[in-house]
Design a protein around this ligand. Sequence first.
Ligand SMILES: Cc1cc2nc3c(=O)[nH]c(=O)nc-3n(C[C@H](O)[C@H](O)[C@H](O)COP(=O)(O)O)c2cc1C
Length: 509
Amino acid sequence: MKNMTSVLHYHDRTKHRLSRYAASLGYMDWATQPNPFRRYEHAPILPLIHSEITPPYHLLFQKEPLPVAPLCLESLSQLLRYSLGLAAIKSHGGSEWALRCNASSGNLHPTECYIITPATLGVCDHATLSHYAPREHALEILHTYDEPLAEGTLLLALSSVIWREAWKYGERCWRYCQLDAGHAYQAIKIASSMLGWECEILSVDTAEIASLCGLDQHERFDAHERESPDMLLRIGKSNNGVLPITPSLSYMANTLSPAHHDWPVLEVIDRSTHGLYPSVEPLNTIRAVPLPSKSTGEIILKRRSAQMMDGSAITQEQFRTLLDSSLFCSDTPDVHFILFVHRVEGLEKGMYAYVRNKNAFASLRDAMDGIFRWEDCGDSLCLLQEGDYRGAAQMISCNQEIAKEGAFSFGMLCNFSSSLEKHGAIGYKNLYHQCGAIGQMLYLEATSLGLSATGIGCFLDDEFHALLGLRDQRYQSLYHFTIGRAIVDTRITTLKPYSSASKRLSSFP
Ligand SMILES: Cc1cc2nc3c(=O)[nH]c(=O)nc-3n(C[C@H](O)[C@H](O)[C@H](O)COP(=O)(O)O)c2cc1C
């Protein structure tokens, strides 16, 4: 009960409102900017390899999964390279920064990944615990287990360095960390599909994840830079739920910032949302196989957030394909879209609902204002009200023009109170993971269609809810998004990552 009160308090307190944004520093404290790359000093390094051949994107969605790749150094390298690896190095005005395959709020990348492998050809002849170092595309070996682990089962644990986001976003940042974790999860899921591997979130206690990865060994981390366990993923066969026991580790985490700001509410929300990770009932609809497309690797590396949109229209087929692609995220049954359609050929401008889980039609309708038309447009899309919502979309998205100049923008409206009732306080965390996973999927789908997307974490929560006429907390919007055609800033140079030209990326030790 106490945890639930903390969740509701945090949720309300970190809403952006017209009258005031959620608490943050209000300026960029460049002197304390966190290093986006976690390293474990003196840990042995295993360089991973770069393989460029990946299957065509559309084949990931056919009924028959792709042939199952054996677990070896090459396949593990490909999994990490195309999920959490660097996608590009950007350079402008004398500074350089890395972009990754997984999108992240403010490009701050709070998500870290730990890998538990059984004895694997080219990796180690014993089971190991390692940490992925994206800048080096390498594993830092943290521990070698004496006892064997189930062959063919790979575990990946995701955790968040909350400080990385707190540095810029203050109290609202915990939400962004969770959305980012969802993005990382879906990035891993897509990269797994390339290898014919299935990937699922295990319903385990977050304390077990912390113990497995040594995150509960607090003395190894700066007190402000500890990692909070998010989720444990299993790829491959079931391992009967038995996790290896990780002893005390000797490698110390690097320090990410020379000084820190305290946001006490972040500790409270983090503590309140630990526990047994929910097991959700998956969606039972599947996405259609898209048209033949480029190689998955090419799409993943090309994915970029649009910073400006050109205001052009997209076709209705593209629009419907984008919505349909979200069904690939079958473990996101609690998320629906309320869309502001600005420019989609053959569709009236207006506000629409895309009800991703048919069971929710009646309750959504009941929760929202009675004036809406709910006119069936096919495939779970309903016109709520025609009209020009460009101004509203921009206003709700903290005045960001991309929400107006995209072909459409939308809010991810979640079954809020029922999820919290069902799963407890950790259900709050899971809802963000669901939204983030959908976000990563839509980024990739947009890229495959020659379009661009941008996740929008900055939105005015209750202004959006008021527009829908929501009177209670049955539904809450937890993430916004826009898709259209990007205007590319040609002043910024793009370099290939991991090439000699981009090896200079050294602003952090
Ligand atoms: C959870 C989340 C929230 C975001 N919110 C915004 C936003 O409000 N406005 C914006 O312009 N970009 C937003 N972005 C886009 C990020 O700034 C972008 O992902 C990051 O700079 C990395 O660039 P990339 O996506 O091209 O790799 C968001 C991304 C994520 C994952």
